[in-house]
Design a protein around this ligand. Sequence first.
Ligand SMILES: C[S@@+](CC[C@H](N)C(=O)[O-])C[C@H]1O[C@@H](n2cnc3c(N)ncnc32)[C@H](O)[C@@H]1O
Length: 454
Amino acid sequence: MKLPVAFETKMRKLLGEEYAHYIASYNHPKSRGFRINPLKVSMEEWNRISPFETRKRVPWCEQGFYYEAKEKPTKHPYYFAGLYYIQEPSAMAPGAYLPIEEGDRVLDLCAAPGGKSTQVGSRLGQKGVLVSNDISATRAMALLKNIESFGIRNAIVTAETPERLSSKLEGYFDKILIDAPCSGEGMFKKSEEAIKSWEKYGVSHCCNLQREILDYAAHMLRPQGMILYSTCTFSPEENEGMMEAFLTKHPDFKVIPLTPKGGIQKAHPEWGGAREALKDALRLWPHHLEGEGHFVCLLQKKGEKKEYRSYLPLEKRIKDYPDMATFFEKETTISLETPVMEVKGKIYAVPKESPDLSGLRVLRNGLLLGELKNKRFEPSHALVLGYEKDCFKHTIDFKAEDEAVKRYLKGETLLYEAPKGYHVITVDGYPLGWVKAQNDRLKNEYPPSWRMMG
Ligand SMILES: C[S@@+](CC[C@H](N)C(=O)[O-])C[C@H]1O[C@@H](n2cnc3c(N)ncnc32)[C@H](O)[C@@H]1O
């Protein structure tokens, strides 16, 4: 791999004697990881059912595992059931180090494609609120799909600028994750694109973005709330230096020490002309652990906790829409008292204490239950992925090895005798999607954009 000369020179200067060790890590094979979804599978259950040989754990992430390329986890039906997310092991650190308490309102401000959002969302355990945002509407679509796949019901997905979000959400959040757009130096081994982007945009362009994002985040955080700032770059300007500039501008914030685990190192305040307290931020180095480069820092806002009062009024329930209520009664055990919101015929189950986001670009207001079409209710794919098997009254279960599962995931009609109407296909008991049974056939309702390729 050809690294930019300016980058090598910079790293040699920063790392001194360690440089040889660091540069040698570019010859090591890439580390691959996946993170299991505690909303769908406990660790005990996973250890029983895991189809993969490798059982090696990622030391800094309770749900993280390494895997070998030959194991091809994206081809297994469990992937389609949302049992795990493929994630570079070091990228699991920010979501693991963010403290989460029951009922927290969390903002993931730069969230696409959803690595950290799926992690934090699954740690929330369907309680509280997760607002997952990305400035790019196209990237936010991929984020939405991953949130749906993970079955996170209490997530709101937006595609907004931090400025516009902050105009509506002053002091709303308990926790904010900023996985900042950065110069990506820690990802050079993972992608050639990262090198090209570094050469094109450089560090200072990213610093401007990060400063702005951090300022808007500070505005949206309640006193006593926390910001977890992370990058996948080595440059001190975007890490210790960025945190120093933020703390100078916002003296109502302090650094919360993080404990290094499994080869993670302390940060280097001296590199960024930063205060001593920033040694308690963390750096992940490819020559100290199995994973790429990352920086993680936890900040807390001082002051007294205030109550946020401007919630979205939730007046409707499933039972208020007769066609939908009939469907839910016939097909599910989900409560008809579930609070819902209708947007252009689409019905969402909305988390309690949702903020009022009117006027913003909202892709999803909670769990999409389905659509009202000419008085008929059509259930969504997200509904199947958002609940466990026992919540559906008509299910057809296949074993993961059964060829029918792959054929279903590829969109084929299956020959199968079942009572007429909707059924949920499950794999080893994990819901995958809808079918409609008729005349000894299961009409495939698996969405084309979710299908298994190849
Ligand atoms: C490092 S990536 C995020 C990766 C993501 N957190 C994950 O774990 O999958 C940074 C993201 O920031 C987004 N971004 C860039 N500028 C932004 C801004 N001003 N506000 C919000 N998001 C921004 C990019 O579109 C990109 O998706």
